[in-house]
Design a binder for this molecule. Structure first.
Ligand code: SAM
Length: 218
């Protein structure tokens, strides 16, 4: 029971690119009402996905089951080190395991709160499903949307791990090609994505970026 339909876009991309892993550090920008964060938390903390019972098989002869049990335990141990931070202008009802920051993502004090929560850790992934308040004037909305993408990218430059990934939504309108070039300078792979769950008529698209090149953060 996810809080948004938008989550199906993330699920599609996660299944295609195998993005989210137990124990990951993930920042969700523009997270309200919380569908993406719910899914991210499930994958990072292994909540609700695997049955909670981690007991190793008691049949000593069945080595495969024992191995599986051990692997599962190792995964669950990893999951405990996960960190998920959700940011939005709007309030977000609590989601198990998720740290919520309410405020404008582009404001310095909000980014400081985020860095405080991260402490010395770096992010495996930054995602942004942020969308501006639509003015109805397409060019204005496009420009505002690209500004949000730029803000998410400049934050990623400070907090992303080497080989980390970045996913951002934008409204098409012309300047996204320039933004793509900035992304290509920083990531090994940059793909334009229009998930099936995104309405064909909408002008939104996503850039899926893999393999952050800088290692100055590590
Ligand atoms: N991914 C979310 C989900 O699955 O529930 C839906 C996100 S919704 C499409 C876009 C969100 O971006 C809105 O909740 C909006 O408040 C937020 N947003 C827009 N500009 C923002 C900003 N400057 N700072 C923080 N959040 C922002």
């Amino acid at each position: 029971n996810y809080r948004s339909r938008s989550v199906y876009k993330l699920i599609e991309l996660d299944q295609k690119y195998k993005l989210l892993k137990p124990g990951n550090v993930v920042i969700d920008c523009g997270a309200a009402p919380g569908g993406w964060s719910q899914y991210i938390a499930q994958k990072v903390f292994l909540d609700n996905i695997e049955e909670k019972n981690s007991s190793v098989a008691d049949d000593d002869d069945d080595e495969l089951m024992i191995t599986n049990g051990k692997e599962k335990q190792a995964e669950q141990e990893k999951a405990r080190s996960g960190l998920v931070i959700a940011i939005d202008l709007l309030p977000i009802l609590p989601i198990h395991g998720v740290n919520v920051i309410q405020g404008d993502f582009t404001h310095a004090p909000i980014q400081k709160k985020l860095r405080d929560l991260l402490k010395d850790r770096k992010a495996d992934m930054v995602v942004s499903d942020m969308a501006p308040n639509f003015s109805g004037q397409h060019l204005t909305d496009h420009v505002k949307s690209m500004d949000l993408c730029e803000a998410a990218l400049s934050l990623s430059d400070q907090i992303l791990k080497s080989e980390g990934s970045f996913l951002c939504k934008f409204l098409m309108g012309g300047t996204e090609e320039e933004f793509k070039k900035q992304l290509q300078e920083r990531f090994k792979q940059v793909r334009y994505e229009k998930p099936d769950a995104s309405r064909a008529k909408s002008t939104e698209g996503y850039y899926m970026c893999l393999g952050y090149k800088s290692n100055k953060n590590d």
